[in-house]
Design a protein around this ligand. Structure first.
Ligand SMILES: NC(=O)c1ccc[n+]([C@@H]2O[C@H](COP(=O)([O-])OP(=O)(O)OC[C@H]3O[C@@H](n4cnc5c(N)ncnc54)[C@H](OP(=O)(O)O)[C@@H]3O)[C@@H](O)[C@H]2O)c1
Length: 252
């Protein structure tokens, strides 16, 4: 029998993150799934999964823009799991209920919104890596997956716009690549990748779904399944790469 696996999904209150948690809880090779979100009590999706799966699901409050919050969750998780086999950084914003709107032109660029988007989409994932590194250093295979976006590709940017979101995902991609080099030395069994989930039917994409080709808007469950297939198939030499939902490499 293979060893039980442990996973942590950060940004799990809804959308793609919640779909990852649901899928992993149904996968008997995972003994425990930790789901983090800013305020888990406000997530009906997590409440339903808790009711159904009991102790197999552990829910922790984590705001990735607050390093203390990231560090304290890492400390609590390490008390009862000494290793993680999968860590998915999923939290991301394109717009919010306050001042963050994807910019169509230069005049709408706002320093506060730029900072906020970078904090959540890029810095947050790196802080999570920093505080959870010790749980990825073990003799078994581990994967750290940062959920990025194709629009973060510099080489593929033909449309322009969305300054903050695009640049934050490009920064996340650079963090992923840089981290993969360090993990190669410090956690050689850990594979670290940036993944594009495709366009997924969530709150994030809802205002922008009009031009999505038929059949190319994935429901969150399908998107999570596709990315988990990519994750399961990763080879160690793919660490540091940027891959799409179908496993195809994407240009930086
Ligand atoms: N949907 C798409 O088409 C698409 C395409 C490409 C890439 N992506 C990427 O996929 C990931 C998931 O997005 P989604 O579509 O599932 O979006 P979503 O439904 O809007 O969910 C976003 C998640 O991020 C969390 N979050 C926001 N700010 C946070 C913070 N400061 N700390 C911790 N969590 C925070 C939200 O938690 P709260 O409930 O607390 O706000 C929520 O769980 C993102 O990284 C996104 O950029 C999505």
């Amino acid at each position: 029998m293979s060893e039980p696996r442990f996973a942590l999904i950060q940004g799990a209150s809804r959308g793609l993150g919640l779909a990852f948690v649901r899928r992993l809880l149904e996968d008997s090779s995972y003994e425990r799934v930790v789901a983090t979100s800013r305020d888990p009590e406000q997530s009906p999706g997590l409440a339903a999964l808790r009711e159904r799966h009991g102790k197999a699901l552990r829910v922790e409050p984590m705001d990735v823009t607050d390093e203390l919050s990231v560090a304290s969750v890492a400390e609590r998780v390490a008390r009862d799991s000494t290793r993680l086999h999968l860590l998915v950084n999923c939290a991301g914003i394109l717009h919010d209920e306050k001042d963050v709107r994807p910019e169509k032109k230069l005049e709408t660029v706002e320093p506060g919104a730029l900072r906020r988007v970078f904090e959540v989409n890029a810095f947050g994932s790196l802080l999570v890596a920093k505080h959870f590194l010790h749980l990825l250093r073990h003799p078994q295979r581990a994967v750290l997956a940062n959920v990025s976006a194709r629009v973060g590709s510099i080489g593929d940017n033909r449309l322009g716009g969305w300054y903050a979101y695009r640049a934050s995902k490009a920064a996340l991609n650079m963090f992923t690549r840089t981290l993969s080099v360090e993990l190669g030395r410090r956690a050689p069994n850990a594979i670290c990748v940036a993944l594009h989930p495709g366009t997924v039917d969530t709150d994030l994409s809802r205002p922008f779904q009009r031009n999505v080709a038929p059949g190319r808007l994935f429901d969150p469950d399908r998107a999570a399944r596709q990315l988990l297939e990519v994750i399961d198939g990763l080879e160690p030499e793919q660490s540091g790469s940027f891959l799409a939902w179908d496993g195809a490499p994407l240009p930086w």
